[in-house]
Ligand binder design. Sequence first.
Ligand code: UGA
Length: 466
Amino acid sequence: MKIAVIGSGYVGLVAAACFAELGHKVVCVDTDKDKINVLNSGGSLIHEDYLPELLARHRGRDLIFTTSFDEALRESLVIIIAVGTPPAATGEADLSYVESVTRMIARSLNEYKLIVEKSTVPVYTNAWIERSMILNGCHRHNFDVASNPEFLCEGTAVTDFLYPDRIVVGAGGERAEKLLREMYAPLIDGSYAQRPGAVPQPDSSKRTPQYIETSAQSAELIKHASNAFLAMKISFVNAVANICEAVGADIEDVGRGVGSDTRIGMRFLRAGIGYGGSCFPKDVAAFRAVAKECGCPFDLLHQVDKINQDQRQRFIRKVRLALWTLKNKRLAVLGLAFKGGTDDVRESPAIEIIQNLLKEGSKIIAFDPAALKNAKEILGDNIDYASDPYSAAKGADALLILTEWKEFATLDLPRLRDLLNYPIVLDGRNLYRPEVMAEAMLNYYSVGRSPGEVLLPKPFQTKTTE
Ligand code: UGA
């Protein structure tokens, strides 16, 4: 099947590479010439497992990158819209890119096309696309519009796409439904996983996904409601973590106890400095705006956002508690990305915390395994950058862990202690057990657990007491 994917961001690029992997002929279109040049010359733009392999396998054969809309649209049967829907000042999603792509599709419509909306959009966007196509002179029989939200997580986007829990399509018409089933056939019947050279199936994934056909409105709501629910789970566990701190309980134990009820589930119950990224903050605000607009205010989502914001401020208060004053303190920061496994720093809690600490006069030296380049574009020369965790820690007054990278959970603690000016670790992601840190003679502050103040700062200790 010939597919055009409009937009080469996270969703567009991953979808384009994965549809080529499923055996379709894909053209990925973007107006950004620089991006298209990078993609055509062998780059992959984003840090995603298996993406470089898929691009190398299909680029120039079943996967073409171009800036030429008209040609790509004319030659494809299916057109996937995967452009950005950034937040407007009101919290609503800005749909101007979706609208201008719709106009371009309308202009180049030469025969029947299925338009698939994959960007995260508010309910009724599908209906607006359809209306706009008609207003721009297209005949209703010449196109269908379907909503097909994407549930991929950054860092595991390729495996999420190829081994999904569910595929949701809101097509509202037999012809469109049939085409969508064809597009996803190797995933629906599980045959993709059996192919030689297939991207390996994660242990936790299902053999075949649930294939859910709904109305367009339901599909659009499923996406917003899913992200809002996951964000709510995180804010809920963070609110409980704060109570744990007040009463001397341990959020890791409480989370395990609560999450082992299968009705609740363990995932997305990790306490920390709150959620970030290009999806949750934006989608919670957009869903709230949608709810208000249709006369059903969803105040719970205001609280979800507020708890998330407060969580970052609470962490900064902990840094003060550990270090007394922050002016001229040298702080080593591990993690700049909004979560582990990605180079994305959009709405990263780490960046916001660093910006607050800079305002208080702290000096920051940071390390991240993948996000240094992107972070530099925001933080510039206001902080120093280290090439590994240990060079960041050397001579620092405390170490702050702000992103849940796996490699930060296995640091050489005695080495760290020797390198730090004061033996203080503030962990915004709960990567360590307090007793392990105590054994390593590190003062340990984490989230939802009592601070592990086990010893006086290093300058007050003699080596013989260690
Ligand atoms: C999220 C959703 O998980 C995907 O299902 C969805 O498709 C995607 O948004 C999207 O709308 O495109 P993503 O933003 O990549 O995916 O990241 P998550 O893994 O969901 O993490 C979001 C944030 O929550 C991160 O800052 C992470 O550190 C934080 N988090 C996550 C917690 O603080 N605690 C947890 O238990 C889980």
